[in-house]
Design a binder for this molecule. Structure first.
Ligand code: IVH
Length: 684
């Protein structure tokens, strides 16, 4: 495995290299996305990927439909082509009661004339059903369920799902090589990614997705697969079908899928009695909260396919399966009050203050009410008994009230006209927006949020400057703006020693963290400023095109909207913020104190190249860091991590219990480093 550009004169070797790159990238994707055990660094992965893209551009005859480069999307489509399903995609009958599962079991047993039946219980993923076709080992088509008879061809979008294999080795079943089959599964989004994407949309002032399912559905409907590639979609496969041979059981099919490298469902269990099924349902009812994705129930299927065939279908559902759905967890409680929260950009959000209530295992006493339109639409009033739900949404929500329990003297809720802070400035609602804003530059509530945002981990990462400390320092007038953070050292020997519950160590640690934050790159600094609509992603893009804060300040709307993804609203907001006199003073003060307001040149200057050109192989367990962290450290110094030992390997880092790689390195005479020696090398 070599990582260099090809020799263009040798067509044969080009094709060989293309195949080799497919293989490396495919294995790297599988290790990263399906096993969470990457064997090459991000940098090395990018290099391979880029090499493949370069070859494909020069030799289009070697651009195959199953190339990993196709995962990053292609030319946008005008519309999706509708395709008829070879076997209709039916739905399952649903139930919410154990009684109906008993009924289901009775019907199944009757249909099988009393023969013993074994079931498989699985998680019911709350996502989008998809049908995938593989021919001659290659993924050829993905079709949505549509109306069950025909759906949309969304192959290009589905190719972006990294955990899905684009090529497989056709399995041998009953002695037959099965090279034409269909797989079905559910495409979904992780809760964590859903929150992140919505947060970014909120920062850009875009409409939020209601839940991960809607987000996954909205993503798959995009005509531009390059956009889809930026959204981390996942898939769980739960069905295999082929005409080429007779398949035996559902469990066996799942293990065939797994062997081929398909991501299969997280938990599936063989159940030989109703009791087994009920235990599985109960277990996941209480544990589903801890899953990183949403499930909306459990699917119970007859395991033997001969029995499935015998049972057949009724109307539009199979007789051999049933879905037990969990009710969206919903409780009622009293809405004690509606308070207001001021965000860092001045947005004023109404918050429901609730009589604490336990919903799906967590105590809820507050829930966001989003904005005035939301309250008006629900017509909820203080004193109402309201429903609090936790279902397909990550954040609990108030979804209505019980009219009979409304207190007689209640009156319609009136949104505040002034900021809840002591300044009480009049709120403004920009045209076309649902939010009200406080735009007073000295609003202490806004200031507190700005400061906590500025110091947060994703921003300037100043440990020790959390919400409580910020509140305290603002009350003490130690912090009147974010620029004051970099003057806190002036109080080292005066104010700090007099503070209660604040030791010398707190001062030392805080000041060190503040000093450290000066190393944060320009993109982080820009994000930290808390400019309306400038989230982490937007800040990164902006700093890629504008290398200093002065360039950004002097840019015109026309120049800014030339930048991909930057619209007029963001452009206006950036210009307004940077040209505001008091904001600019804050920036100038921080600049003078060494905060980085420029990019590249300074970033390049600090680039460490001590391991430039060196290839490492990591093996065994490291004590001081994970292998991933070690890989990052190497990459930061210009080195590479490879998955296997060859003559080209410069160093093998051998942790505890190192195995065959160590032996191979010894045979090839590769320099072997203990963890200690490796740490010394990093420190050079
Ligand atoms: S089996 C013939 N298994 O739930 C039925 N479906 O209401 C084949 N779903 O359309 C479906 N997780 O979109 C099956 N483990 C699972 C599932 C699952 C989610 C979805 C699927 C299906 C719907 C049925």
């Amino acid at each position: 495995m070599q990582n260099s550009l090809f020799d263009s004169s040798e067509i044969l070797s080009v094709e060989r290299r293309v195949r080799e790159l497919h293989d490396i990238i495919r294995r790297a994707d599988y290790a990263y996305y399906n096993e969470a055990q990457p064997f090459i660094s991000d940098k090395e992965y990018d290099d391979f990927f880029h090499e493949l893209q370069t070859i494909e551009k020069q030799y289009p005859q070697f651009l195959f439909s199953d190339s990993p480069t196709q995962r990053v999307g292609g030319e946008p489509l005008k519309e999706f082509v509708t395709v008829v399903h070879e076997i209709p995609m039916l739905s399952l009958s649903n139930t919410y009661s154990f009684g109906e599962i008993e009924e289901f079991h009775r019907r199944v047993s009757e249909g099988l004339e009393g023969h013993i039946v074994e079931y498989v219980s699985e998680l019911k993923y709350d996502g989008i059903a998809i049908s995938l076709r593989y021919v001659n080992g290659v993924f050829v088509r993905a079709i949505t369920r549509g109306d069950g008879e025909k759906g949309d061809d969304i192959t290009q979008n589905v190719k972006t799902i990294r955990s899905l294999p684009l090529t497989i080795t056709p399995p041998t079943i009953n002695g037959v090589t099965v090279d034409d089959f269909e797989v079905r599964g559910e495409i979904f989004m992780m809760k964590e990614d859903f929150i992140k994407i919505n947060r970014e949309r909120e920062e850009k002032g875009e409409k939020l997705y209601a839940n991960p399912r809607n987000l996954a559905a909205g993503t798959l409907k995009m005509l531009d697969s390059r956009e889809v590639a930026r959204r981390p979609l996942h898939i769980a496969c739960y069905y295999l079908y082929t005409k080429q041979t007779e398949l035996v059981s559902h469990q066996h099919n799942i293990s065939i899928l797994e062997t081929m490298g398909f991501p299969i469902g997280y938990a599936n269990q063989c159940c030989v009695s109703l009791q087994d099924i009920f235990s599985f349902i109960n277990y996941w009812h209480t544990h589903r909260e801890s899953l990183p994705f949403f499930i909306d129930g459990i699917v119970i299927k007859v395991n033997a396919l001969s029995q499935q065939r015998e049972l057949g279908f009724v109307a539009r559902s199979p007789r051999w399966a049933i879905a037990y759905k969990y009710e969206a967890a919903k409780e009622t409680t009293v809405l004690k009050d509606i308070t207001f929260q001021v965000g860092r950009t001045g947005v004023v959000t109404p918050v429901a203050e609730l009589e604490p209530v336990v919903v799906a295992g967590s105590t809820i006493s507050r829930a966001t009410l989003h904005n005035n339109d939301f309250i008006t639409a629900l017509d909820i009033r203080i004193g109402d008994t309201v429903y609090v739900e936790k279902g397909g949404d990550v954040i609990p929500k108030v979804s209505g009230f019980i009219p009979e329990k409304r207190p007689e003297n209640s009156s319609q809720f009136i949104f505040t006209a002034t900021c809840p802070c002591p300044i009480k400035s009049t709120l403004v609602r920009p045209e076309g927006e649902a939010n009200y804003y406080c735009d007073h530059s000295e609003c202490p509530w806004q200031l507190k949020r700005r400061l906590t945002h500025f110091a947060s981990r994703d921003a300037m990462n100043i440990e020790g400057l959390g919400e409580k400390v910020v509140d305290r320092f603002v009350e003490l007038s130690l912090l009147r703006s974010i620029a004051d953070i970099y003057d806190l050292h002036l109080h080292k020997n005066t104010v700090f020693p007099t503070l209660e519950r604040w030791g010398e160590k707190s001062t030392v640690n805080l000041l060190a963290a503040i000093e450290e934050s000066k190393k944060q790159p320009f993109s982080k600094v820009l994000f930290s400023l808390g400019i309306r609509f400038v989230g982490e992603g937007v800040a990164k893009i902006l700093t890629r095109y504008f290398h200093t804060i002065d360039q950004l300040k002097n840019a015109t709307v026309e120049q800014l909207i030339q930048v991909p993804e930057i619209g007029e609203r963001i452009a206006q907001s950036v210009i307004e913020h940077l040209n505001d006199e008091s904001e600019w003073t804050i920036i100038e003060r921080m600049k003078a104190n060494g905060v980085r307001f420029e990019t590249v040149e300074s970033d390049m200057a600090t680039l460490n190249t001590t391991l430039q050109g060196k290839t490492f192989v990591l093996t065994g367990e490291l004590v001081s860091m994970t292998r991933n962290q070690a890989g990052d450290e190497i990459a930061q110094r210009g080195g590479k991590v490879s998955g296997s030992v060859s003559k080209k390997t410069h160093y093998l880092v051998a942790g505890e219990n190192a195995g065959s790689k160590l032996t191979k390195a010894q045979e090839l005479g590769v320099t072997i480093l203990t963890e200690q020696e490796f740490l010394l090398l990093l420190a050079e």
